[in-house]
Design a protein around this ligand. Structure first.
Ligand code: CP
Length: 323
């Protein structure tokens, strides 16, 4: 079980001028900065459609991708995004690095900083690890949280907001349901903060009692344990994976039983608005939280999320590097 780092200062991600110095969480991020990131991402979508998919905003900068936990989408799209900004990208292979010989996280960071790192993109199984690094590095170095434990996954939250804005245009009259293992999900936490920051009037979470944390009502979120009720009239449904790697003990009877009650099928999706979009951060477990007919169906925007992730990560890195 991963260590949870104790020190997690409230908002160390803005500098004294209120600009983004690090991106660690969406919680407490001003709406103006969230909107700035989405607008900047929109301007980068066109770059990906050009013959020469490059802009020089990070030319001469070194971006270190430090993934202490597995990743397909986040690690790869950060690398593509950094390359499209003309940065030099270094992917640390953690399993063959000296971290495997017992080197501490901060010793690893000090050594990479000595190689003139300008930005660290960090995924770690321990909540708070990117905060520890952000507190430790020199002022000119930026840290991006690429997912820490069950705490936060801010760039996933931002690309989810970009996707919703792309398909729905406006946040002000939406019903959004987040379904599944909310308890262990850093994506759910980041999405809830982002949706409430952007003024979505109705955010719902749907799942079994064992997988819904207490206190969500205080964040203005409606809790449902019946999936058909939870999906009634929603405009957006965000499905979550069962995070079995973070579960302690048996929280569910079986995957089949879970699918019966909380798996997204065409029949359950019929409760939502006819133009409801279906999202999933990936990786998907087909037949556990979602059936293939929905995952590959006309309302799925799951692969659009991945594509938009490149522009959103370009936006985050270019805004950080500008200060
Ligand atoms: N959504 C997400 O974080 O996917 P990866 O684990 O593949 O990066």
């Amino acid at each position: 079980m991963a260590v949870e780092y104790a020190t997690m200062p409230s908002h160390p991600q803005l500098n004294k001028r209120g600009e983004l110095q690090h991106l660690l969480t969406i919680e407490g991020l001003p709406r103006a900065i969230v909107t700035q990131i989405l607008d900047t991402a929109q301007s980068f979508v066109g770059v990906s459609e050009r013959d020469v998919k490059k802009v020089p905003l990070l030319r001469g900068k070194q971006v270190f991708n430090l993934f202490f936990e597995n990743s397909t989408r986040t690690r790869t799209t950060f690398e593509i995004a950094a390359k499209r900004l003309s940065a030099d990208v270094i992917n640390l292979n953690v399993s063959t690095s000296s971290a495997a010989k017992g080197e501490s996280l901060l010793d690893t960071i000090d050594n990479l900083a000595a190689m003139q790192a300008d930005m660290f993109v960090v995924r770690h199984a321990s909540s708070g690890a990117p905060y520890l690094i952000a507190q430790h590095v020199a002022e000119h170095v930026h840290v991006v949280n690429a997912g820490d434990g069950r705490h936060a996954h801010p760039t996933q939250g931002l690309l989810d907001m970009y996707t919703i804005r792309h398909f729905k245009k406006d946040f002000s009259n939406l019903r959004v349901a987040i379904v599944g293992d909310v308890l262990h999900s850093r994506v759910a936490r980041s999405d809830i903060h982002a949706l409430t920051t952007l003024g979505v009037p109705e955010v719902r979470v749907v799942g079994p009692k064992t997988l819904i944390p207490g206190g969500l009502e205080h964040m203005g979120v409606r809790v449902y344990h019946d999936m058909r009720e939870g999906l009634r009239g929603v405009d957006v449904v965000i499905m979550l994976r069962l995070q079995s790697e973070r579960m302690r003990g048996a929280l569910l009877p079986s995957a089949q039983e879970y699918f019966k009650h909380y798996g997204l099928t065409e029949e359950k999706l019929a409760m939502a608005e006819p133009d409801c979009i279906v999202m999933h951060p990936g990786p998907m477990n087909r037949g556990v939280e979602i059936e293939s007919a929905v995952a590959d169906g006309p309302r799925s925007v799951i692969l659009d999320q991945v594509t938009f992730g490149i522009a959103v990560r370009m936006a985050v890195m270019s805004i950080l590097a500008a200060h």
